[in-house]
Structure formats: C-alpha cells, structure tokens
Design a protein around this ligand. Structure first.
Ligand SMILES: Cc1cc2nc3c(=O)[nH]c(=O)nc-3n(C[C@H](O)[C@H](O)[C@H](O)COP(=O)(O)O)c2cc1C
Length: 457
C-alpha cells in the first residue's frame, strides 16, 4: 500500500535573510541577491526539480521596530529589511518553470479587495493557474502607521475586516463573470456578452464595491487560499476560508492539538476535515552522517545575530524584549501582534523558555522545529509528523537559499520518493490540482465563496 502522500512548499521572502537572522553573512546564502531575477529563477527551478507544490513568498509592509522602539537594530541586522515587493518576481519564475505554484502574501488590512482581485486574477492568467494567496492580517504597528491608519487595528477587528474582504473578492472572482461571458463573436462584433458580466453591489461595514470585476475569469478563478491563523479567531477564519494552512511548532504534541482544532472547526463550516491541507514549517539540516548534520547546525548558529533576533522576536510577538533580562521566562500573555508566535514560547506544553533560549531558537528558521540528520533520519521525522500530526505536508524553511532547498531536493526528496510517500511527477497543471488532485481546478461547492449571491440593484 502506498503511504500518505506528502506535499511541500518552499518558504521564502523578498529580503536578504528573512527567516534566519544574520545568515545574510553565510557564504552559501544567495538570498542576498533577492534583488535579481536570476536568484528567483534559481529558487523556483530548484524547488520544481524537487516537485514542490509552491514557492511560498512571505511578506511584511513595515519595519521590525518594536525592539528598543526603533527600526535601527532591524536595519543593521537585515531583519526583513530590505523588504522588496513579493508579487513582482513571480512572472519571471513562472516563465522559467512549468508546474510549480506561487503562494504570495498580501494583507487584507492594507490592500483594497477590488485591486487585489485584479492583481491575482492577472497573475493567475499569466501563470496559467498557478497562483495561491497567503491571506494575512498583518501584525506590525509600523505597517499601520505608514499605510493610512493612526495605529494597528485590534487583532480581532483585523480578522473581521479580512472576513468581509474575502466576501468581496469571492464575489468578483466567482460570481461577476459567467463562464461563457467571453464570446469572441465576430459576427456580432462582440468580445463579450455584457449581460453575462455582473456588478457585485457589495455594501458592508468595511467596503463598498459595486464591481464588476475588470479581469475575465482566470484558470482557477479564485487563487488557492492559504492562511496561517493560530489564535482562536485566526483558526476559525482559517477553517471557514483556507484551503491550506501554514503553522509553526516545536513539538509534535502542539501540532496535534492544532491540526485537530482546524479539522474539527472545518466541519462547523460545512467542510470536510481534509478539505484543508496543513503545512507545518520545518527547517531541515541534512548531512551524510548525523554528526555532520549536527556540526552543520552548530556552524549555522554561529552566524545568527542575537540582537537581530531580539528585533525579530519583538516584532513577531509585539513585546519589546529590550526591557527583559535574558534569563527571564517568557510567560503566557495576550498580544495584539502574533498570538501564535508568543504561544510558541509562552504556552509550550513541554518546556518553559527563557528569553535567551527563545532568541537562540528563533534565529534559525523563524523559531520553527529543525529536523537535523541524514536524509533517512529527516524522512523518518517527516513521515512521523505527517502521520501522527495528521498533516498533509511541510513548508520548508531555509538557512541559506537556494542551498538548503538544493540539499533537501538532492538528498531527502529521493528518499521520500523511494518510500512511496512523495510524487515523482506533477499530476496536473494548476496549483489547486497539484494539491487536491487532477480535476480540482476550482473551489469546491461546499466552500463559503460558492454560496454567496450578488445583490441586484
Ligand atoms: C509559516 C508562517 C508564515 C507566515 N507568513 C506571514 C507573512 O508573510 N506575513 C504576515 O504578515 N504574516 C505571516 N504569518 C502570520 C500569520 O498570517 C498570522 O498572523 C499568524 O500566524 C498569527 O495568527 P493569529 O494572530 O491568529 O495568532 C505567517 C505565519 C506562519 C505560521
């Protein structure tokens, strides 16, 4: 019998060393060249060689200025600054590849649904159906004050805005243009049938959008919906909307709780528990022997910047850790930033974390679990987490890019394939089909988006 099939995404950002703080210095890290198309093509082709589902491009729109109430430590240590635009490299990567998808991060707190729907429809056309959207609500105060707000919207209000935002884009993507609206009827001198292109007339608490959508339906209509909610409100949001969720844990126990929550909540929204693909983040550190892998881990840690990681962790959690002693414990607290990131340390069922320990951990792979060992040992761990953690695959983080990905693709992927738990070829053309199987081009009928109807004026 074939084992459970694993899916993979590569976790990147348009920044020199986004998820391993200080690793811009590492001689193998080409992410320093994120400002060149050749870097992005290299990343996409490497991941496609390894039959990954998608390049997952994270993004923030502001600086990590919680620490010491200043952006300067972040700038000095390249803590997600420079932060270039995540959308713009995608066309070049798409042209240089055939199958791999692109899940791009855009914030519902700062974008406008009408314009975002247009951008993603355009990219879904250009990539022939390979676009996914990582829906985020944003956590940095510095984003808010540069983007027209006096301060960051409260956590739960951000999710309320996101919920309505999605209704607007669903109406534009799914309901504005009928399937046969574009007629290309030369005899009637009609490009499209205007009676089949509808206004959406959306009126709500946050948005008023009459429509119609100004892009004809793209191959997938709605891009594949990715999300990473970890708070109670965030998990409900994911259960209602997401087709795939990203998550970050250090322990299998914590992961089990998360995946059980998501799958249980999905049912409350009339969905099947496995309609949502779950992808925990993992940093793989591979060696030809276990000792070599451990030595490599030590070498990588020596490049991590302590101060830079304090800035990263302060931004992720919304807590200015410059006021803490390194030996202080991180306790369970509420935050208006990313509750899930604070809970990694404040609510770990297996361990109490001091600030120093948390910083050392957070500096490599954004604080996620590291699988360190031979290709066989890493494959064992992936298989164990997939089965016992009830997840569908992994989001692969890097220490240096595309080197971490290349090593994974050359050594771990063949091991997964040998075990019959990973594809040898792509199944189909669109991102949704690669995730859910051939023929699954569109959102399924039990998804909330399909149930919306348009107001007629
Ligand atoms: C693997 C992973 C990647 C994420 N990428 C981004 C990102 O690129 N931009 C962003 O603003 N938030 C990102 N987030 C944060 C989530 O969107 C979300 O805000 C976070 O998980 C906290 O959710 P919560 O507030 O419901 O706890 C990411 C989270 C995870 C786990």
């Amino acid at each position: 019998m074939m084992g459970k099939q694993i899916h993979l995404n590569g976790f990147v950002q348009n920044s020199p060393s986004p998820h391993s703080t200080g690793l811009w210095k590492h001689e193998k890290n080409h992410s320093r060249y994120h400002n060149r198309l050749s870097y992005w093509v290299d990343v996409a082709q490497t991941l496609e060689k390894g039959k990954f589902d998608a390049v997952f491009i994270a993004d923030v729109l502001g600086t990590y200025s919680v620490y010491q109430n200043s952006y300067k430590p972040a700038v000095k240590n390249a803590v997600q600054i420079p932060a270039h635009d995540p959308l713009l490299p995608i066309s070049a990567m798409a042209l240089a590849t055939k199958h791999i998808g692109f899940a791009v991060t855009i914030s519902t707190t700062y974008a406008q649904p009408y314009a975002l729907a247009r951008q993603l429809s355009t990219l879904d056309h250009l990539t022939e159906g390979r676009i996914g959207w990582n829906i985020v609500t944003s956590y940095l105060e510095s984003e808010a004050i540069n983007l027209g707000l006096k301060s960051r919207l409260p956590h739960d209000l951000r999710y309320e805005r996101a919920d309505e935002f999605l209704d607007v884009v669903y109406k534009l993507w799914e309901h504005s243009w009928e399937d046969d609206a574009v007629t290309l009827d030369i005899a009637q001198d009609a490009f499209a049938d205007p009676d089949k292109v509808h206004e959406i007339n959306h009126e709500g608490a946050f948005f008023s959008v009459p429509g119609p959508h100004i892009v004809e339906p793209s191959p997938q209509r709605t891009p594949v919906l990715f999300q990473a909610g970890a708070s109670p409100k965030g998990k409900r949001f994911a259960a209602k909307h997401a087709e795939a969720v990203f998550t970050k844990h250090h322990s299998l126990d914590a992961l089990k709780i998360y995946s059980n929550d998501i799958r249980t909540l999905a049912k409350e929204y009339g969905r099947n528990p496995d309609d949502i693909k779950i992808f925990p983040l993992v940093l793989p550190i591979v060696g030809s022997t276990e000792e070599e892998a451990i030595a490599k881990y030590e070498e990588l840690k020596s490049h991590v910047s302590y101060e830079g990681t304090l800035a990263l962790l302060s931004g992720h959690t919304g807590i200015d850790f410059s006021t803490y002693n390194p030996d202080d414990y991180i306790v369970d607290m509420e935050t208006q930033a990313m509750q899930g990131n604070l809970d990694l340390y404040g609510k770990d069922p297996n361990k109490k974390w001091t600030l120093r320990e948390a910083v050392l951990n957070h500096g490599l792979g954004n604080g996620t679990v590291k699988f360190i060992g031979t290709p066989e040992q890493i494959a064992d761990k992936l298989e164990q987490w997939a089965t016992e953690g009830d997840v569908d695959g992994f989001n692969i983080a890097f220490a240096y890019s595309p080197g971490t990905f290349r090593e994974f693709v050359d050594y771990v992927v063949p091991e997964l394939q040998k075990r019959g738990i990973y594809r040898k070829e792509y199944e189909a053309g669109t991102l949704r089909e690669n995730l859910f199987g051939k023929g699954h081009v569109y959102l399924p009928d039990n998804h909330h988006a399909k149930k919306l109807s348009l107001a007629v004026k």
